[in-house]
Design a protein around this ligand. Structure first.
Ligand SMILES: CC(C)(COP(=O)(O)OP(=O)(O)OC[C@H]1O[C@@H](n2cnc3c(N)ncnc32)[C@H](O)[C@@H]1OP(=O)(O)O)[C@@H](O)C(=O)NCCC(=O)NCCS
Length: 199
């Protein structure tokens, strides 16, 4: 399946694909305006932003950035997140969401550092796979595998020593996918991570 860089014109379709793929995720609560800005940020900052497509349209995407990207992304996008949340103030009763907002605020202020992120310094320069999804009707056809292979290639060209990601404990499907494509699992008290050294 062909792969190309994400452009501004793709963003609306990608936001819908993201929402369809991450129904349980907290960042969906911040709304489409915020999610659009997330994709725009990855394009604008020349980070990794790739999609696959076929004759009918976009089939999947992957985005990524050097470990530690959260600080500058949160700094650029917090206002869009706040606007999204203010549209539905009842979300402020969601404890998980409030914890997440506090974490992001700390990250903007440089208070949280990288102490909760394994594999930050010990293996050199790492690139984080921030998001990947494939549309429902294209799942199970090797699309995500192609996206990750291209992701690893670009990361290597950017002189990364390793790639990593974090995944929710409940997301068994994604975990078996990462294992199938040869990434290594790292389970810590802070969550589940996968990584691969780039040789
Ligand atoms: C996880 C996800 C990206 C996988 O996409 P996909 O295109 O269906 O995966 P692929 O078809 O490329 O699978 C590649 C390999 O993993 C295997 N695999 C994929 N899904 C699997 C599953 N549920 N269980 C076991 N193996 C699986 C495939 O069999 C394939 O192996 P093969 O090459 O030997 O046949 C997709 O399910 C998705 O979009 N999920 C929702 C979003 C999400 O959870 N993203 C990850 C967040 S961390």
């Amino acid at each position: 399946m062909p792969i190309r860089n994400i452009t501004e014109n793709d963003i609306d379709v990608l936001v819908d694909l993201h929402i369809e793929s991450f129904k349980e995720s907290l960042n969906i609560l911040a709304g489409k305006v915020y999610l659009r800005e997330v994709f725009r940020w990855f394009i604008r900052t020349n980070n990794i932003a790739l999609l696959t497509y076929d004759g009918e349209g976009i089939t999947g995407y992957v985005i990524g950035a050097p470990i530690g990207y959260e600080k500058s992304m949160n700094r650029a996008l917090w206002i869009y997140g706040l606007i999204g949340l203010l549209k539905n103030p009842t979300y402020f009763l969601n404890k998980k969401l409030i914890d997440n907002i506090l974490k992001r605020t700390k990250s903007i202020m440089g208070l949280s550092g990288m102490k909760n992120q394994p594999l930050v310094r010990e293996k050199g320069f790492g690139i984080s796979l921030v998001g990947i999804a494939v549309s429902e009707k294209n799942k199970g056809q090797g699309t995500a595998k192609e996206l990750v292979i291209e992701f690893e290639k670009i990361a290597k060209n950017l002189d990364a020593n390793f790639v990593r990601l974090s995944v929710l404990k409940e997301n068994i499907r994604a975990q078996s996918f990462y294992e199938k494509i040869g990434w290594n699992k790292l389970e810590t008290i802070n969550g589940i991570y996968y990584f691969k050294e780039l040789k």
